[in-house]
Design a protein around this ligand. Structure first.
Ligand SMILES: Nc1ncnc2c1ncn2[C@@H]1O[C@H](COP(=O)(O)OP(=O)(O)OP(=O)(O)O)[C@@H](O)[C@H]1O
Ligand SMILES: O=P(O)(O)OC[C@H]1O[C@H](OP(=O)(O)OP(=O)(O)O)[C@H](O)[C@@H]1O
Ligand SMILES: O=C(O)c1cccnc1
Length: 487
């Protein structure tokens, strides 16, 4: 590859935010006349992140914004030309390319499960191939963070959750979009001011140790902060939490009285169960029963749960590193597979049963009990099937078909919705509060057994008989073909 001056190219498009092999495959398709073949690809993941019982799906807004007007810019084409790999006519073809595919997706905030499509690209092979890397990059990360946030929110049960992760995030995009994902997943506010500006997420925060160090003592620092701010939370662990920080916070709160709104103190080190109990007693005794205790320092759902078991008196949780980096599971392994070509279902076989794809363009139906609205499971059908007309729905585990149940009085709600039709956006992006509420409702419809953070029950994701039979038929057909060929 020829080296060019990198200042020649501006970062003016996302279309090359892809793996080189996608462009190379598209080149082959174009040369061999396959590029317009109608295909369907679906994105799904196989293994639940964090051994959780569900994911909170996010990433759609960013994807929509990336796809609107996606095109090869003059600089994209100049760069590709500099590689001297592709003939000029191919670059002209790319220049004229624009999205014509239909894209269906679950809504942002939807609770989703493994082995079901989160998103479906239905259109020419060139479009489907070009989008794989970009869409997986977006939804894998954002869905992971919103799911981690939902796990954390499930143990704080309504106590305020503040997102503090920007400094530890994997760079700028992860901080910004991760914060948005965390907000949808259950956080209440963020310390990231840009996320506040761009997404309308409430911003919130306290102060750092630097303020105390700038004054070299708690008293001068707290006083200065209180004189310049109305709603104050003092960070009390710079020198000594119980001997200096908290007594000084109380002193300043008393001295300034109604001139400030003393909201509480933040503890950022040490034994937080022990310290928070002591701090609570000191604040109460001083007459500040309403003052809140904020805690931060490498917290996650496990430490929080443990602190609660120890009777820690913490009211507000500030969480950074372990949320924004999805510390215990740094990637969601969503994949993107072709399920149909030229109207024919297609499959990817594997010795690993988990890795065998389910062929055919699908719809997911969330089956809920008409009486209590709770989810009974997800039912995958071919895209032209509609279980809403059925009196009784026979649901069976595709890995163990003898495990089955017949359901009546059910409601079936389609989960995949048209976002782009023939390349045109047909979906109005909701505001972030609507998405957050959607996520909350979606989680509320799920039985608690699927939501516990340790060893949750496996939520049923079942195939319709037609989808199951089609899969089995294709597996046998291909195995026979391979047998014949190897004779
Ligand atoms: N009572 C507790 N039970 C369980 N974990 C706790 C408890 N108190 C604090 N932790 C957690 O233990 C980890 C380490 O805390 P540690 O006391 O070592 O922090 P620290 O070294 O005082 O803080 P720093 O390194 O930021 O100055 C943190 O993840 C913290 O959230
Ligand atoms: O612990 P996290 O969940 O990532 O939350 C964010 C952390 O960021 C700040 O620490 P800072 O960067 O000042 O370092 P520190 O560990 O010395 O407090 C804050 O005091 C928290 O401890
Ligand atoms: O506002 C805070 O207290 C804060 C913000 C970022 C990181 N740690 C703490």
């Amino acid at each position: 590859m020829k080296k060019k001056d990198r200042s020649m190219y501006s970062d003016d498009s996302l279309v090359l935010h892809t793996d080189a092999y996608q462009i190379n495959m598209i080149y082959t398709y174009w040369k061999k006349g396959l590029d317009q073949k109608p295909v369907v690809f679906e994105a799904y993941f196989r293994k639940m992140p964090f051994n959780n019982g569900y994911v909170v799906y996010t990433g759609l807004e960013r994807l929509v914004k990336a796809l609107q007007g996606l095109h090869f810019s003059a600089d994209d084409l100049a760069y590709l030309a500099s590689l001297e790999t592709y003939e000029p006519d191919f670059l002209t073809y790319l220049k004229n390319w624009h999205l014509t595919a239909t894209i269906r997706s679950a809504y942002e905030g939807e609770v989703m499960f493994n082995h079901e499509p989160l998103l479906q690209v239905d259109g020419p092979l060139v479009d489907a191939q070009l989008l794989e890397t970009l869409l997986l990059n977006i939804i894998n990360f954002q869905t992971l963070i919103s799911t981690k946030a939902a796990r954390i929110a499930s143990v704080t049960t309504g106590q305020p959750l503040l997102e503090f992760g920007t400094r530890r995030a994997q760079e700028l995009d992860a901080a910004l979009w991760g914060t948005r994902a965390a907000f949808i997943g259950g956080f209440d506010a963020t310390s990231n001011v840009r996320a506040g500006k761009l997404f309308n997420i409430p911003i919130s925060g306290t102060h750092a140790h630097a303020l105390v160090q700038a004054y070299q003592n708690d008293y001068d620092a707290f006083l200065a902060y209180a004189q310049t701010h109305h709603d104050v939370v003092f960070l009390v662990d710079t020198f000594d939490t119980l001997k200096s920080g908290v007594p000084t916070a109380i002193r300043v709160a008393k001295e300034l009285g109604d001139q400030i709104n003393f909201q509480g103190v933040r503890i950022d080190s040490g034994d937080m169960a022990y310290l928070s109990k002591k701090v609570r007693a000191m604040l109460d005794e001083a007459g500040f029963q309403d003052a809140k205790i904020y805690a931060s320092n490498d917290l996650d759902e496990n430490t929080i749960l443990n602190l609660k078991i120890q009777g820690a008196k913490i009211d507000v949780w500030g969480i950074g590193t372990k949320l924004i980096t999805a510390f215990d599971q740094p990637a969601l392994g969503a994949v993107y597979k072709m399920v149909s070509i030229d109207g024919q279902d297609t499959i990817k076989l594997s010795n690993n049963v988990e890795k065998i794809s389910t062929p055919g363009k699908k719809q997911i139906w969330r089956i809920t009990d008409k009486k209590d609205g709770k989810s009974e499971g997800d039912y995958l059908t071919t895209s032209d099937d509609d279980p809403r007309n059925l009196e009784t729905l026979h649901m069976f585990d595709p890995n163990h078909p003898v495990i089955s149940k017949d359901i009546q009085d059910f409601k079936a709600t389609p989960i995949l919705h048209d976002i782009f039709v023939d390349g045109q956006l047909v979906y109005d992006l909701p505001d972030i509060f609507t998405i957050k509420e959607y996520a909350n409702n979606s989680l509320n419809n799920l039985w608690d057994e699927y939501k516990r953070i340790l060893n949750p029950e496996t939520y049923p994701v079942d195939l319709s008989q037609a989808l199951y039979d089609g899969k089995m038929k294709l597996i046998n057909q291909i195995r026979n073909q391979v047998k014949e060929m190897s004779k």
